[in-house]
Design a protein around this ligand. Structure first.
Ligand code: SF4
Length: 212
């Protein structure tokens, strides 16, 4: 007896003997796994896998750093400078500074204002929703240290107390040019670290814009 079943992920064919014994089954997932294993072994044996890994890594690194998607998040007055950076006068798009409204499609979390203790959980959740490799830029004194609210009862003394920061852009507020410069320096860092995940950059010192 022959039967076929199809769902979203597998296509399965069963061939049953007359006494009901299932003596041959063909499952598309099993086939994919088997082909995957064989291909994997062949690639490893010829070092082709290593070569493809290096090539693909370099390509994704190049493509990623040329079009950094930044989460469209504005906290306080520094967000006005962020918006100005995207206007035709400064034209951040030209330098690959693009804004997205979903953390799941973003590479950079740009923190541009004071982070209240109430907001801390939310900003960490946004960070955790972003795919690796991801980067954080602290823009302005509020994001760096709390700014005018330093040691206030409800403001964090810098977003780096909850999220690892890659680039600091000092100023109150920093100008759009400084923001674009910060993205440029982040790009240089990405070339250096080669797309390492945010949890594996312990040896890397954060960049401070204007610190020569
Ligand atoms: S650093 Fe200055 S400009 Fe930026 S959010 Fe804080 S108070 Fe506003």
């Amino acid at each position: 007896m022959y039967s076929a079943r199809e769902d979203a992920s597998t296509f399965e064919v069963n061939i049953m003997s007359n006494d009901g014994e299932n003596f041959a089954a063909f499952n598309s997932r099993a086939l994919v796994e088997m082909v995957g294993d064989v291909t994997d072994e062949a690639l490893k044996a010829t070092k082709l896998k290593q070569f493809l890994g290096v090539l693909a890594g370099r390509y994704f690194n190049w493509a990623g750093r040329k079009s950094l998607f930044t989460l469209h998040l504005g906290i306080k007055c520094c967000a006005i400078e962020m918006a100005a950076a995207a206007t035709p006068r400064f034209d951040g798009d030209r330098f690959g500074v693009l804004f997205r409204s979903s953390p799941r499609q973003s590479d950079v979390l740009l923190v541009n204002g004071p982070v209240s203790k109430k907001f801390a959980d939310k900003i960490v959740r946004l960070w955790e929703q972003m795919p690796e490799p991801k980067y954080c830029i602290a823009m302005g004194e509020c994001a760096i240290s709390g700014g005018p609210y330093f040691q206030s009862y409800n403001i964090l003394e810098g977003v780096d107390t909850v999220i690892p920061v890659d680039v600091y852009i000092p100023g109150c507020p920093p100008r759009p040019e400084a923001l674009i410069d910060g993205f440029g320096l982040l790009r240089e860092k990405i070339i250096r670290i080669g797309g390492a995940p945010s949890t594996g950059r312990d040896g890397e010192k954060p960049i401070i814009v204007g610190d020569d």
